[in-house]
Design a binder for this molecule. Structure first.
Ligand code: DX5
Ligand code: ZN
Length: 222
């Protein structure tokens, strides 16, 4: 079944507990954490101390999306903070195999993230080591950007590649997903759908997530 991962990037950072409780009530199983370093992407967000605090506040899976240069150096801190899933960008790491193995050996699920302009071919030789691939469907750095339409074809092509080579690898899709396009993203092959502004810029985050769940679960049973 498709899982929606609420991204707290668009939540009120002075009250993350309330944000998490709202999506827990709507049945969320994981929380997406956008880690930005002001170097790999032009924005700064949170680091390991905030992840460690969130670890104490919730039992939901913590999905850390590292939009940082030299991720290998920081993976141990995110493992220690309690992240359950950690994705690193292919564009930020010349030694992906080493980093992915560090994540797995540390007890978390490893993923590789790709920017919109990065071809899926770069995944070919790392696929055997992965639990998931994160496809960016906006240029990373900010919430609330419009979905890049050509990404639907990229999701489909990745799904075809995975069915051929590693069907158990999940596809996570991140950026610009709203109630109006989540159906197309799921139909294209997404297993995990990240949604930030569509949930937390909504007056009622619980209702926003429930509405998105309705669309994706309906597609899953038809
Ligand atoms: C963007 C982040 C996304 C972001 C998505 O760089 O990786 O996870 O929070 O936000 P929306 O859903 O608003 O595009
Ligand atoms: Zn993200």
């Amino acid at each position: 079944m498709v899982a929606i991962a609420p991204s707290i990037l668009s939540a009120d950072f002075s009250n993350l507990q309330a944000a998490i409780e709202a999506v827990e009530r709507a049945g969320a199983r994981l929380i997406h954490l956008d880690i930005m370093d002001g170097h790999f992407v032009p924005n700064l967000t949170i680091g390991p101390p905030v992840v460690a605090s969130l670890r104490k506040a919730t039992r939901l899976l913590l999905d850390a999306h590292l939009m940082i240069s030299d991720p290998y150096r920081y993976v141990p801190a995110f493992l220690k903070a309690g992240a359950n899933m950690i994705s690193v960008h292919a564009e930020a790491d010349a030694h992906l195999n080493r980093t992915v193995n560090l994540i797995r050996d540390g007890g978390a699920r490893p993923g590789v993230a790709l920017n919109p302009a990065t071809p899926i071919q770069v995944l070919y030789d790392i696929l055997p080591e992965l639990d998931f691939v994160l496809l960016m469907t906006v240029n990373p750095g900010f919430g609330g950007q419009p979905f890049i339409g050509s990404s639907l074809d990229k999701i489909r092509r990745l799904k075809t590649l995975l069915l051929d080579r590693r069907p158990e690898v999940q596809i996570e899709v991140d950026g610009g997903i709203v109630l109006g396009n989540i159906g197309k993203v799921v139909e294209a092959g997404a297993d995990i759908v990240v949604a930030g502004s569509a949930i937390f810029d909504h007056g009622n985050p619980q209702a926003a997530l429930e509405a998105m769940n309705q669309v994706s679960w309906k597609l899953a049973v038809t």
